[in-house]
Each structure stands twice: as structure tokens, then as C-alpha cells.
Design a binder for this molecule. Structure first.
Ligand SMILES: [Zn+2]
Length: 520
């Protein structure tokens, strides 16, 4: 459109606006942020080409004096919708609004929608094969560009027509996300979570979009591909003895198994691995915030901590009414959840949960803080197994060096004599190599302790005597997580300095907590 005809158009629209006491709308910036084309009227508006009916009922037209305006008002009233004011708008704006809007069923048929849904799945499936973390859909006036980010680098995957890009974006948002109640609107930023089943696996994506000049961008972030293998407890770093204790505990019909540890110590992963060990004929309800890993045998119930009727405790109580065998409470963080744990155990369910503490026996203190009485805690049906874990770096075996060759370690060797009488197999972190990205480290492993609650243990709990209990456990051959870490250092799997950083000074740890000032 040349300048003269633009001016003519504006003059004509302004004349209408002045006559009706309204104004001329020339850009999306003048519109309410929620406003997009009303889905019900989408098909009709597209056919007319010069009218846009917005969600709010407002009617924009580049031909506001036309008879169609009255027709559309009648059509809206027939649908039970209240027509809003009529505004004069430039044809450019109307075209932009129409180009960026996609109706639900009127623009493309049901068959086409399911075609597009399949197209979307193929795209995501292709991204997973390419190990991509994100899919970028860039829709502009004349084309759609699809790019994928793999190993941090973005590369172009395909070019589509603008129409296909718009349709895929709309079908993804309207049909596949948990926001299916609202409509995709390319003129405002939107985000939603998108669960897709692809080749029999549950894939979770995060969908986000922003408006852009001449179109919009939509990005799918792939959160889980369903291909992540759930690691066995032994692969996480639990010892053979510990795994066999846990395997026994999950066979019991009732009682609680509690995994403790600081934030970021991998409790959730351990919990999921424990769930995997439970007999599949038992009915599992897992209350999680949020659902991180898909565990097929469990009914996973998401928590919403903003709403009291969807908290851990209320979802736990709801799950108890569903005739479960096993209840998994993602985290025990308040009195309410602790009481659900106790009630579930006492009423004959196996319960798995996690809590923040600094040792396995410290779980008892924490539960008392959460209002559970020592009488309940020492009840034979309540506690079965207490676990505690932390994570420690594993040495890269390709570049590690003998302890005696590490200048960093040599000054410590004499004070470590009592802890490590034989040091020949021990290793120190090396300078780094191409196998470990020059870090000297190859992943992390669990250091853990597992306490089976026996009758004697229940007596200590009843009396609140944690020190006496610790002493008793040592006499019974119990291995603390500190001992687990020392064993790993002895075998050369972990650096003794890393062990000290996690469990404290080794000479003190081993000597029953007696600090020797002469050793400093
Ligand atoms: Zn290395």
C-alpha cells in the first residue's frame, strides 16, 4: 500500500471514529493483552478478511460502516456472547491478527488435527534421536524455520510453510498441553507443560512462546525422554549388604522406609530406585512435587504446594482412600505429612518417604520435631528402615595418580595412618584428561548408611537415647556413611581429601569423636 492510500484509509477510519466517539486502532499495542481472535468466529472472520472479533467481544473492522457489522453482532448474540464496541482498525492490523490466529476446528478439520498431532510427535521423536535438548519453531510472515539444539549447539533442522508452523504450534498448545482450556495466542507470551506419548514412552516437554516481529517463536524444551534408565541402588553406590537390607524391607506389607540426606544428595533418585524393587502386583500411589521421573508401575499424583487441598498431606490422605498397598510421599516436610506417614504405616501400608537430616538416626529427632511421639515411633508397625546418603566425587581412573605422588596429599599422610594403614591402592584426583573434561572427576557416587529398626532399636527410640543407639549399632557391625566413604578412598575410587570435605577430618571420625590436638 502506498503512502497516499494509507493516508486515505486513515482519514476514512478517523471520520468513522469521530462520528461514533471511538478511536482508530492501528497496532496490537493498543489492544488488551488477552485479546486474540475469538475462536468461535475465526472461520467467519477469515472469510470476510476485514473484520476481527476479539475474545473480549470487541469488533475491529477496516470497513466499520459495512452491514457485516450488524450481522456479526447478531451472530454473537445467537451464540450467547455479548458484542463489544466497534472500532475502526487499519487493514494491516486486521490482516496481522487473522494471519496469527488459528481457530480450533473450523480452520482445519479433525483429520488434519490428528495429522498435525502425528507430525508433532515425529518432530519430537526426531529430536530425541538427535539428542536435542530444545526444538525451536520460528514462525515468520513467509516461512517457518525449525531448529534443534544438540550438545549446546543450535542447527537448522527444516523449513516449513508459515501455515504449517502456525498449525503445529496451535495443535501443540491447544491439544497437547495441560493448558488445553485456553487458546494459543501468538500475540502474548505463553507457556505450558506438554506430556506426549512417543513410541510407548512418556516424554515431557515444556512449551514456551513469545510474539516476534512478523510472527512468533515457540520453543519445546525436552525435560524427560522416557529413555532415562532408572539406576539400580548398587549402580548408585549402595553396598551389597545395604541393597539386601532394602530389598528385605520393601517386601514387608507395612512400615516406613525413610531416606534422609541434605538437599541435592540424590534422595529422589534413590526413592525411585526403591520403588522399582517393589513387587508389581502391589498398588502404588506416589505423591510427588513435581513428578520428575516417570515410574510406570505407580500412580503418580502431583502436589500443588500453593493449594492446601493439593498439599502432600491432603494428596496422601486422598491416596489412602484409593485402596493402596504402598504409599510414596515425595518429601516429609511438615507435621501434617508426618502424621500421614504414621497413619499409613499403622493402617497396614508400606510407606516410602524422604526427609532432610544429617544421619539415619537423626531421622528420629526430626520426626519428633514434626510432632510424632516416641510411643508411636517405637511402635513395631511404624518404622522399618532408616537410610541416609550423601554424594561424593568419583576419581577419573584415566588421569588419577598414586597418593604418594601428590604434593597436595603428602602433608596429610601421617595423620591418616590410623585410618588407612595400607595406602598402596589409594589414588588422588589427577590433573584432568579428555576422558573427564579436564576435571579429574568422573561422576558422583552415593555414600550411605542403612539402619534396620529391630526391637533393641525401638527401645532406644522409646527412651530417646540416640547416643546409646549409635553405640549399639557399632557393636552390631553397622557401617556409618563415614565408613562407607573411607572404604571408597581405600579402594582408590574416591580422593581422601574429597572424603574429608564431605565427612569431616578422618582422624577424628575414626577415633570415636575424640579430637587429638597433637595431630594438628
Ligand atoms: Zn581424567
Amino acid at each position: 500500500m502506498n503512502n497516499q492510500s494509507q493516508q486515505d484509509e486513515l482519514a476514512r477510519l478517523t471520520q468513522y471514529a469521530n462520528a461514533t466517539g471511538t478511536s482508530v486502532v492501528t497496532s496490537t499495542a493498543n489492544l488488551d493483552i488477552k485479546d486474540s481472535i475469538l475462536a468461535d468466529m475465526h472461520h467467519w472472520c477469515k472469510k470476510q478478511g476485514d473484520i476481527a472479533v476479539l475474545n473480549s467481544g470487541v469488533i475491529l473492522s477496516s470497513n466499520p460502516a459495512s452491514r457485516d457489522i450488524q450481522n456479526i453482532k447478531t451472530a454473537l448474540l445467537n451464540k450467547g456472547l455479548r458484542p463489544g464496541r466497534v472500532y475502526a482498525a487499519t487493514q494491516d492490523l486486521i490482516s496481522l491478527l487473522l494471519a496469527n490466529s488459528v481457530g480450533e476446528n473450523d480452520d482445519i478439520g479433525e483429520q488434519e488435527i490428528s495429522d498435525r498431532q502425528q507430525y508433532l510427535r515425529n518432530l519430537v521423536s526426531e529430536a530425541i534421536i538427535r539428542n536435542a535438548s530444545d526444538i525451536h519453531i520460528q514462525v515468520r510472515r513467509n516461512k517457518t524455520t525449525i531448529r534443534m539444539r544438540s550438545h549446546g549447539t543450535l542447527s537448522t533442522y527444516a523449513e516449513w510453510t508459515q501455515k504449517l508452523g502456525r498449525e503445529i504450534a496451535a495443535v501443540a498448545f491447544n491439544k497437547e498441553t495441560d493448558h488445553a482450556t485456553s487458546h494459543f495466542n501468538p500475540l502474548v507470551p505463553q507457556d505450558a507443560s506438554m506430556p506426549l506419548e512417543i513410541n510407548g514412552r512418556d516424554v515431557r516437554l515444556r512449551l514456551a512462546s513469545v510474539p516476534a516481529h512478523g510472527g512468533f517463536d515457540m520453543v519445546f524444551r525436552i525435560l524427560t525422554t522416557g529413555h532415562e534408565d532408572l539406576l539400580k541402588l548398587s549402580e548408585l553406590g549402595y553396598t551389597e549388604k545395604q541393597v539386601s537390607l532394602i530389598a528385605d524391607a520393601v517386601k514387608y506389607p507395612h512400615g516406613a522406609i525413610i531416606v534422609a540426606g541434605p538437599t541435592g544428595s540424590g534422595k529422589t533418585t534413590t526413592l525411585a530406585s526403591c520403588m522399582e524393587m517393589i513387587d508389581p502386583i502391589r498398588k502404588l500411589y506416589s505423591i510427588e512435587d513435581p513428578v520428575e521421573k516417570v515410574v510406570e508401575k505407580a500412580t503418580q499424583v502431583p502436589v500443588n504446594t500453593d493449594k492446601t487441598d493439593r498439599s502432600f498431606a491432603s494428596m496422601g490422605r486422598a491416596a489412602l482412600r484409593m485402596d493402596p498397598d504402598v504409599i510414596i510421599l515425595g518429601e516429609m516436610r511438615d507435621e501434617d505429612t508426618a502424621s500421614v506417614m504414621v497413619r499409613a504405616s499403622i493402617t497396614g501400608h508400606l510407606v516410602l518417604t524422604t526427609v532432610h537430616t544429617n544421619s539415619a538416626t537423626g531421622i528420629i529427632t526430626r520426626l519428633m520435631d514434626l510432632g510424632v511421639s516416641s510411643n508411636l515411633l517405637s511402635d513395631a508397625s511404624v518404622l522399618r528402615l532408616l537410610m541416609f546418603q550423601r554424594l561424593i566425587a568419583k576419581i577419573c581412573p584415566h588421569c588419577s595418580i598414586p597418593l604418594s605422588e601428590s604434593t597436595k596429599h603428602i602433608p596429610h599422610l601421617s595423620s591418616w595412618q590410623t585410618v588407612f594403614p595400607v595406602m598402596s591402592a589409594m589414588r588422588a584426583k589427577g590433573p584432568g584428561c579428555d576422558k573427564c573434561d579436564n576435571t579429574g572427576v568422573q561422576g558422583r557416587t552415593v555414600i550411605a548408611e542403612v539402619v534396620w529398626i529391630d526391637d533393641k532399636g525401638r527401645e532406644f527410640i522409646q527412651r530417646g537415647d540416640t547416643l546409646g543407639w549409635d553405640q549399639y549399632l557399632k557393636e552390631q557391625g553397622f557401617e556409618s556413611y563415614q565408613m562407607h566413604a573411607i572404604t571408597l578412598a581405600k579402594s582408590g575410587a574416591c580422593d581422601p581429601l574429597d572424603v574429608e570435605a564431605v565427612v569431616g577430618k578422618l582422624a577424628i571420625t575414626i577415633d570415636g569423636g575424640k579430637f587429638d590436638y597433637r595431630s594438628v
